[in-house]
Ligand binder design. Structure first.
Ligand SMILES: *Cc1c(COP(=O)(O)O)cnc(C)c1O
Length: 367
């Protein structure tokens, strides 16, 4: 049996009649940018999250950059970002002219470690970007209380956490602005790029909307420096059609996680732990493993594809390594040598999960 890391074709096959119909409607209608279809998706997604405003845009990296600009963060400012994550948060901070300051992560939850934040706050610190990494919400109560102590804006990076909740509240609108990605492999994925910013603050919503649309207040009235970033109509139509399935897909990811927990040993691997405050949506199922690289290779030979999220901390990637001292982010760095993402997606079968687990047991039996 082979187990791909991810397979997006199966989901399309199940939904093909519905998806083909909405695509065909957009094609026949002849409106490919904006319009009611995009407005409807913004409404649907904000209702799903229970937030007042959703502004869709081109992708989550744009969304992070636009959110920072809406919060007036720029040159001379510092923004706290976790050191173990996808690069977009740091990149967006740099793109607005501010400096990312890398914070270590929790050794079991992998999200930003609140205990490591105060040491890094300076008079220049203006914001923090907690990332709900792998689908697990960051400890938002501690983060919000630190943010209020130090007067920081909070941008939640929810690119891996559509539908995840913190103390019963969906992530996205706990901080000032939440950003989402609809990259095809995310828990809610388009068939191309897409992203969104969500907020309960009408002024921030207006600023995000304006920046994403060339700084226009009205057509041809450019009142601030903006840019172009938009979710196209086809992707909006597809996302509105997929959104009603999101909770069921997340439930299936959780069932898969339970099966992994049942079939895998606690040692020599470490399984994900879920703190009481969180409902995890398992964008990724990440374990820590002794002999990680050998295990990965062994599984590959058996037809099981795994991945590493991420092989380097952000502070040690080439683009940032020369700017920062990375000594304070040891946990994140140690994790990059031990973490392994096992296959997980709504359509993975129990047989495939069993196959992954029995091969992991087989590997440790012979090592
Ligand atoms: C995927 C991802 C992003 C970037 O999303 P894009 O839409 O591809 O720009 C940002 N942050 C995290 C944590 C991600 O996983």
């Amino acid at each position: 049996m082979t187990v791909p890391f991810l397979d997006l074709t199966n989901q399309y096959q199940q939904l093909s009649a519905e998806i083909d119909a909405v695509i065909s409607d957009v094609l026949k209608d002849g409106r490919f940018i904006g319009g009611e279809v995009v407005a409807n998706f913004n409404r649907d997604f904000s209702q799903y999250l229970d937030v007042k405003h959703c502004i869709s845009c081109g992708n989550a990296t744009d969304a992070l950059e636009i959110a920072l600009r809406a919060l007036e963060i720029g040159s001379g400012d510092e923004v706290l970002v976790p050191d173990l994550t996808q690069i977009s948060a740091a990149e967006a901070v740099s793109l607005v002219g501010a400096s990312p300051v890398f914070i270590d992560v929790h050794s079991e939850h992998y999200t930003i470690d609140p205990a490591k934040i105060s040491d890094k706050v300076t008079t220049k610190t203006k914001a923090i970007i907690p990332v709900h990494l792998y689908g697990l919400p960051a400890p938002m109560d501690e983060i919000m209380s630190l943010a209020s102590t130090y007067n920081l804006s909070v941008i939640e990076d929810c690119a891996q956490a559509h539908g995840a909740s913190f103390q019963g509240k969906k992530v996205g609108a706990i901080g000032d602005i939440g950003v989402f990605s609809f990259y095809p492999t995310k828990n809610l994925g388009a068939y191309g790029d897409g992203g969104a910013m969500v907020t309960n603050d009408p002024e921030l919503a207006a600023a995000c909307q304006m920046i994403a649309d060339h700084g226009q207040s009205d057509k041809d009235k450019h009142i601030r420096l903006g840019r172009n970033s938009r979710l196209d109509t086809l992707q909006a139509a597809i996302l509105s059609r997929k959104l009603p399935y999101l909770d069921a897909w997340n439930d299936r990811r959780r069932s898969t996680a339970e099966l992994y927990r049942k079939l895998l040993p606690e040692a020599p691997i470490t399984l994900p732990t879920v703190p009481n405050y969180a409902a995890h949506v398992y964008h990724l199922y990440v374990i820590q493993a002794d002999h990680r690289d050998a295990l990965k290779e062994y599984l590959e030979e058996k037809g099981i594809v795994t991945a590493i999220h991420y092989p380097y901390t952000i502070s040690r990637t080439e683009v940032y390594a020369s700017h920062q001292s990375s000594t304070a982010v040891n946990t994140a760095h140690d994790l990059t040598g031990r973490i392994l993402s096992l296959p997980i997606y709504p359509e993975i079968t129990p047989k495939q999960v069993e196959c992954v687990c029995s091969n992991i047991l087989g590997f440790y039996g012979s090592h």
